[in-house]
Design a protein around this ligand. Structure first.
Ligand SMILES: NC(=O)c1ccc[n+]([C@@H]2O[C@H](COP(=O)([O-])OP(=O)(O)OC[C@H]3O[C@@H](n4cnc5c(N)ncnc54)[C@H](OP(=O)(O)O)[C@@H]3O)[C@@H](O)[C@H]2O)c1
Length: 284
């Protein structure tokens, strides 16, 4: 049976992977969190790969606090760059394939058509820069890797925009949400299914791929959709980003073009609103 290491398994994507892993019984999964496998510790990573014989490493471990990263630069680098370097090196030495997750925030958002994998990245924030550096480390070390860039993840697990909106609506009847940042909300469970289908296919079409749900939305559209689907009576007021200043600059447009992913793997990706309905149903 193929052995699969999942790092950062207590995060949002890691928990989505765990929740569906029983359906993929060709694999034996080793779900690890920071306590068991701290990816910033090169010796621990190297030892872990020597005591197990992994076929795949799925890296869900990351520093994801976009605003905090502006001041916690060293911490963000140590996880998103050095940690990734340790995993890439250990995977190469062990003959394992690495599937790593990256982000739409590697782009500057200055174009107004969806970003393909061929477009040069130009991150605006420390988080985006560390994620891009992590991608480059993998390209330097490995030939057998998949880097899957995704956007605006949400799910029934961990903290995310969908859960924040629902929580805020419990004691407010009016909310202000940014309308001038455009992207695609992505149900992390759809991404989890894609990841496990991808390793099941055992394709050798290595490289960078974009995976988000289909369609385009602003954060305002996303919030409106959540309340419409749940039939919650909240007034959502559209505001501009300049009325909601944040430490990190975000791309104003970061829609990912998923054509390469759909065509290479013959994969059908759901529309974001359909997935949102499902996620809201799955939320206990
Ligand atoms: N969330 C989004 O909207 C979004 C959008 C685009 C791309 N992505 C990318 O998608 C991936 C998954 O994101 P997510 O939403 O699942 O993130 P998440 O919920 O923040 O999960 C990340 C996990 O990594 C763990 N971790 C941190 N440092 C670690 C270390 N040194 N060793 C091992 N584990 C460590 C965290 O543990 P602690 O909680 O204990 O720190 C957490 O469990 C990330 O690569 C992220 O950059 C996310």
């Amino acid at each position: 049976m193929k052995q699969v290491l999942v790092t950062g398994a207590k995060g949002q994507l890691g928990r989505c992977l765990q929740s569906i892993s029983d359906a993929f019984n060709d694999f034996e999964f080793h779900f690890t969190d920071i306590a068991e496998l701290n990816i910033t510790d090169s010796q621990t990573v190297s030892d872990y790969f020597k005591t197990h014989k992994f076929d795949w490493c799925i890296n869900c471990a990351a520093y994801t606090a976009v605003d905090k990263a502006e001041t916690e630069v060293d911490k963000a680098k140590s996880i998103n760059v050095e940690g990734v370097r340790h995993l890439a090196k250990a995977s190469e030495e062990a003959g394992a394939k690495l599937l790593h997750i990256s982000t739409d925030f590697v782009f500057d958002g200055k174009q107004n058509i969806a970003y393909t994998e061929k477009i040069k990245a130009n991150p605006l924030s420390v988080y985006g820069k560390t994620k891009l550096d992590g991608e480059n480390v993998i390209k330097d070390f490995l030939s057998r890797y998949f880097i899957v860039r995704t956007s605006w993840l949400y799910s029934e697990y961990a903290n995310n925009f969908m859960k924040t909106m629902l929580r805020l609506s419990e004691d407010r009847n009016e909310l202000r949400v940014v309308v001038d940042q455009i992207g695609t909300p992505t149900y992390a469970k759809d991404l989890a299914y894609f990841i496990l289908e991808l390793i099941t296919k055992d394709s050798e079409d290595y490289g960078i791929y974009h995976f988000s749900n289909l369609g385009v939305a602003s954060w305002y559209d996303f919030a409106k959709a959540i309340f419409e689907i749940k039939a919650i009576d909240v007034t959502v007021n559209a505001i501009k980003s300049e009325s909601f200043p944040t430490p990190a600059q975000r791309p104003v447009f970061s829609v990912l073009d998923t054509t390469k992913t759909k065509e290479t793997f013959d994969y059908k990706i759901p529309f974001w609103r359909d997935s949102l309905k499902l996620a809201l149903m799955n939320l206990k």
